[in-house]
Write a protein that binds this ligand. Sequence first.
Ligand SMILES: [Zn+2]
Length: 555
Amino acid sequence: MSYLVLARKWRPKTFSEVVGQQHVLKALINGLDQDRLHHAFLFSGTRGVGKTTLARIFAKSLNCEQGVSSNPCGECQSCQEVDAGRFVDLIEVDAASRTKVDDTRDLLDNVQYAPSRGRYKVYLIDEVHMLSTSSFNALLKTLEEPPSHVKFLFATTDPQKLPVTILSRCLQFNLRRLDVTQISDHLANILGKESVEFEHAALHEIARAADGSMRDALSLLDQAISYGAGNVTSEQVNQMLGTISQQQVQLLMSALINNDGQQLLQQAQEISAQGRDFKLVLNELLVSLQRIASIQLVPDLEHTDEKNFEQFQQLAQQCSPELIQLFYQIALHGKRDLPYAADPQSGFEMVLLRMLNFQPMKIDSDMTNIPPMPSTTAKQSTQIKAPQTHYAEAKPVEPVIQHVAESPAPVKETTTEQVTTSNIDQDINSANWLNIIGQLKLTAFARQLGDNSAFIKFENNKITLALSDGLSHLASGKAQERLTSELSRYLNQNITLLIQQESQANTATLANERAEQKRSSQQQAVDSIHNDPVVDAIKQTFDARIIESTIKPLD
Ligand SMILES: [Zn+2]
C-alpha cells in the first residue's frame, strides 16, 4: 500500500471539516443553501490556508448529483471525481505560469460552452494578480456578462495588484492565517485517527514552525512521523526543526532574569551540543519575550488558555516590562548580527551576555552602597531613546530605557538648621533668612517679593531687605503689607519692613538660590547619565546618543 501524504489524505472534503475561515464558510454555505450565489469570489491570503480546498468543496456543492447544497453527498460520481482531482468542470489555473493574453483567451473562449458533466463550470485562478493587463481586459469582459453556468474563484497573495475593475466585480474574502492552536488541534485530531502516538508540545512546535499554513504543518508532520519512526515527540521535532524546547527557553529566560551567568552559559553550551540553529533559538527567545511582555502590559487579556502560561506569568512577575523590552531589542539585534559573529555559538552567547550586562538590578545595588545623606535625596530619571532600527522581519521598535538612580541633592549647610514656627521669639539673620522666607505663608505677590529680597539687617523691630532695581515693581503696597504681617506673626512681634532698592543685584535671595539649585541638580543629572557605565554600554551597542535636553532631574 503506497503511503499517502497527510495533506492529501486529510484534505477536508466538506465545509464542516475545514479548519478556520469561518467567515468565508458562512458566506459560501448561505449562498449555496439559499441558491443566491455571486458569480465571482476573490480569496486573498497566504499559501496553504485552504484556497484550493474551498474551491473543490464549492465545486462539489454546485455539481453534486443530489442537487446544489452546502452539504454534497460525497458518494456520487461528480463528488468522487472532484475529490480525486479529475473533475472536468473544475478548471484550476495557476496564473503565475499562464500570464500571456493568449492563454487567458484560450481559457475564456471555453467559458461560454456549457459544462460537460455538471451544472456549473468552476474556474479557480490562483495567483490571479500575475495576469497581464491584456489578460485582465479579456477576463473583465467575461466578468461583465458571465454565463449563468460559470463561477469564478480567484485567489491571490497580493490583492493590491489587481485592477479595481476586477476587484469591484468580485465578492472579496480575506483568508486568515491559521493560529497555532487551530493547527495543533487539527494535527492532534489527525494523529488520533492515524493511531500515531504524540506529545502535545511537539505538535505545538510544528504548528509554530508552519507559520499559519496548514499545508506546511501537515508536511512537517509527515516528516516528523518518519523521523520519529512512527511517533511524534517534542525532542525529535526540536531536533528536526533545529529549535529548542519550551523548557529550554524557560531555563534561558529564568537564568537571565535571575542574573545567573553560569546557568546561562551552560544552557548555551547544551543548545550548541544538540546542534540547534541559533537563529531559530533567538526566534524562540523573541516569541517568549513577546509573550511575557503581553502578560505584563495587557494583564486583563485572557492568556490562561496559552501553553505554559503559568511559567510565563511567573517570569513576567520577576522583572520589569522595561527589561523585557530591552531583552527583545538585544535579541533582535543579535539575530541580525549573528552572521557576522566569529561563529554562531559565540554570537549567541554574546547576545545572552549582553542581556546579562544590562540588568538594571546592578544599578540599584550599586546605588544602595552610597551612604545616606542627612538631607532629603532627589531622584533622577532619564530616558534614553535608542535609534530606530531596521528589520525586514519585525516592525521597528523604539525602546525606552528607564534608568532610575538615586543620588544626593546638593544641600547647603544653612538648610540643616531646624526652624519651627512656634510662638517663642525668633531671631532672623542672613544665615536663616532663606529658610524662613521659604516657610512663610504668603500670597502670590508677597511670595514674589519675599523670594526676590535679600536680607540686610534686623534691629529694633525693623527688618531691612534689599531688592534689585529691576524688580522694584514687586514691592507693591499689598505685597509689603502681607509680608510684614507674616514676618510679625512668625517673629511674634510687630515689625516694620524697610525695602532698599539696590542697583547691584544682591544674590542672597531665595529665588536665586532656587535657580542655582535647579542648575546644579540638572548638571548632576546630566553628569550621572554621562558617567553611567550601563548607559555607556547601551550607547555603544545601539549606536545611540544621549539627547541632553531630555534629561530631567526628578524631585
Ligand atoms: Zn454528490
